[in-house]
Design a protein around this ligand. Structure first.
Ligand code: NAI
Length: 278
């Protein structure tokens, strides 16, 4: 690892949604950067596949089958993950579902399901992570201001980074995106609010808002023939393509690492230039 700012050796990361798509690619890349990666998802088979990918490449992975919409399960999994190494450095709350329905046809159960997974699932992960990071952060040592005569040593560099997964849907809107977009907008607000509250503890909180990425999720909701190669997102992108999970994983790695040490409360938009909000 020639670029030490991206080196996660000795650090512990927890990734939700790690059984597929963006979450899997992120888990694999964080492990490649040296982190011990705890992979969480409700798809146990997919978790095993991700862990095998990581271990085959020489990394360290543990799996935690869970439903992110269940606060107790999330709290227990984060506690288990933290117990092993005594620290939690990175939380990447990536698990989510797609849902599309016109406003006038949206039912209570649609709204509840999407908010429970895409917003509350992220909230529970953020809360568990921030509490753990605060409780386990390195203590400053060597100060002796009480006597005014001693020397002081620098406060250890805190490493806590929380990454949420928003969406380009919060920038553009679109038919059918009420539930999904509302949940992702709430994730953005959570990200900004939490960043202000835990910054004094040395914890950074940032969101990634991807454009259209080729994953099992977009495959399932592909309503346009050849959408990944010829669809509107390809035509709207100055780069002329949709994204791959690895494009987003690199954004996650950047935010997880010391390379982004002065970045918090921000939304990183790897979207191929489809939207350019300022
Ligand atoms: P995916 O469907 O490939 O992966 C999502 C993962 O989340 C799956 O492994 C699934 O089992 C897991 N999951 C869903 N509900 C869960 C629950 N209740 N508990 C535990 N795990 C659960 O989807 P993809 O595309 O990788 O999406 C990942 C995240 O990125 C999502 O939050 C999505 O909204 C977001 N995103 C995706 C974009 C895309 O174009 N693919 C664009 C913008 C955002």
């Amino acid at each position: 690892m020639p670029l030490t700012a991206y080196d996660l050796t000795g650090r512990t990361a927890f990734v939700t949604g790690a059984a597929s798509g963006i979450g899997r690619a992120s888990a694999v890349l964080l492990a490649e950067a040296g982190a011990t990666v705890h992979c969480a998802d409700r798809d146990e088979q997919g978790l095993h596949e991700t862990a095998t990918l990581i271990k085959t490449a020489g990394g360290t992975a543990h799996i935690h089958p869970l439903d992110v919409a269940d606060r107790t399960q999330v709290d227990q999994a984060v506690a288990t993950a933290t117990a092993a190494t005594g620290r939690l450095d990175v939380m990447a709350a990536i698990a989510g579902i797609m849902h599309s329905s016109p406003v006038l046809e949206t039912r209570n159960e649609d709204l509840d399901r999407v908010l429970n997974i895409n917003f509350k699932g992220v909230l529970y992960a953020c809360q568990a992570a921030a509490r753990t990071m605060i409780a386990t952060k390195p203590k400053a040592s060597g100060t002796s201001s009480a006597t005014g005569t001693g020397t002081s040593t620098p406060t250890p560099t805190p490493t806590g980074s929380i990454i949420t997964m928003a969406s380009g849907a919060v920038d553009t809107g679109g038919p059918g995106l009420l539930c999904y977009g509302a949940a992702k907008a709430a994730v953005v607000q959570l990200t900004k609010t939490l960043a202000t509250e835990v910054g004094p503890h040395g914890i950074r909180v940032n969101a990634v808002a991807p454009g259209w990425i080729r994953t099992p999720m977009t495959d399932r909701h592909d309503t346009e023939a050849q959408v990944h190669t010829e669809g509107i997102m390809v035509r709207m992108s100055p780069l002329g393509r949709v994204g791959e999970p690895e494009d987003i994983a690199h954004a996650v790695l950047h935010l997880a690492s010391d390379a982004s040490a002065f970045t918090t409360g921000q939304i990183l938009r790897p979207n191929g230039g489809v939207a350019m909000p300022w």
